[in-house]
Write a protein of this length. Structure first.
Length: 83
């Protein structure tokens, strides 16, 4: 099983795509920022600027992945079928 489990599609996730060029993914609890960055870049052919991680009270690990200016989170979300 990979590091990336699935993309998140909520109102706040869509707002981050539009305003901050960020995508939100649920990731493996054992995954670190470097693994997440490498997996996103390899899977989707984009460059990642940074990764922020949050573990929810329910024990779900989310990664907020900010793409570089050359890559559009909106385009990738459309390609993934999120929008």
């Amino acid at each position: 099983m990979g590091v990336i489990l699935y993309p998140v599609l909520t109102e706040s996730a869509i707002a981050k795509i539009e305003k901050e060029n960020k995508l939100t993914f649920v990731v493996d609890l054992k995954a670190n920022k470097t693994q997440i960055k490498e997996e996103i870049e390899k899977l989707y052919g984009v460059k990642v600027e940074n990764v922020r991680i949050l573990i929810t009270p329910r024990g779900i690990k989310k990664a907020y992945v900010k793409l570089t200016k050359e890559h559009s989170a909106m385009d990738l979300a459309t390609k993934l079928g999120l929008l």
